[in-house]
Design a protein around this ligand. Structure first.
Ligand code: FES
Length: 164
């Protein structure tokens, strides 16, 4: 039985298919990688965050700071702002308390009132002392504090941010 002959037409069909497939892969793979890349991106949930120069923070006067954290989770991008106050107790660069300005009642932002020498919450009149203790109002506990901090060689105060 004679074998089927491989015609010129068959050769062109196969060659066209192979070359077309290679071109499709060459164009399709980068496009697919581009589309899928965000799905694998996440940001770390912990980081050292610079909040200001130590030399700008006077002993005894609350220094206000804020920072924003951007969270990437696949295609979802979330920006969250945080704030607080640094209260230096002496010239010792480690002698300080760093308070979160989020009220421990229902999370409104407290503000330092120089006249009252206290942090006042505008939502329900919560009142905190300069070191964060509850002086009045509904807050159930003192202001939260950032306890992990360091001063860089350039004199920048950094806090260690942990999600939650
Ligand atoms: S949220 Fe601050 S006192 Fe209610």
């Amino acid at each position: 039985m004679p074998g089927k002959e491989f015609s010129r037409r068959d050769f062109i069909k196969i060659t066209t298919g192979v070359v077309g497939g290679m071109i499709g892969l060459g164009l399709g793979l980068p496009a697919l990688a581009y589309l899928l890349d965000p799905a694998f991106r996440t940001t770390t949930k912990e980081a050292w965050v610079p909040i200001g120069k130590l030399s700008d923070m006077q002993v005894g006067t609350p220094f206000q700071f804020s920072f924003t954290r951007v969270q990437l989770n696949g295609w979802e991008r979330t920006s969250t702002s945080y704030g607080g106050y640094v209260i230096r107790k002496s010239d010792d660069p480690t002698d300080m308390v760093i308070l979160n300005s989020r009220c421990t009642h229902l999370s409104c932002t407290v503000n330092w009132q120089q006249d009252a020498q206290a942090f006042i919450c505008p939502c329900h009149d919560g009142k905190f002392s300069v070191d964060g203790k509850v002086l009045g109002g509904p807050p159930p506990r003192p202001l939260d504090a950032y306890t992990d901090f360091r001063v860089t060689q350039d004199g920048v105060l950094e806090i260690f941010y942990k999600e939650g």
